[in-house]
Design a protein around this ligand. Structure first.
Ligand SMILES: [Zn+2]
Length: 81
């Protein structure tokens, strides 16, 4: 290795927002993250969504509304000629 050109190597502690911690090799001593493999729905298989500003709720409500419209729609009237 060349001298004085490499950054310091740390056993960095990674902290996730869910409370899970682990270590990785890194050039910074501490890393904080908001999602990790132990809480991301892709790995957990749960349908927990990280919902900021209630956007998911809004979308679900809209979806329900459109479903109701579909079911309440009456049978097509035959066209007048
Ligand atoms: Zn996590």
């Amino acid at each position: 290795m060349k001298q004085d050109i490499h950054p310091k190597y740390y056993e960095a502690k990674v902290k996730c927002a869910c409370g899970h911690t682990w270590t990785v090799g890194s050039t910074v001593p501490e890393i904080s993250t908001s999602i990790c493999s132990s809480c991301h729905p892709f790995y957990t298989g749960t349908e927990k969504i990280v919902d900021t500003r209630g956007r998911v709720d809004k979308f679900k409500k809209r979806l329900e509304k459109s479903d109701q419209k579909k079911t309440t729609k009456t049978v097509k009237k035959p066209r007048k000629k």
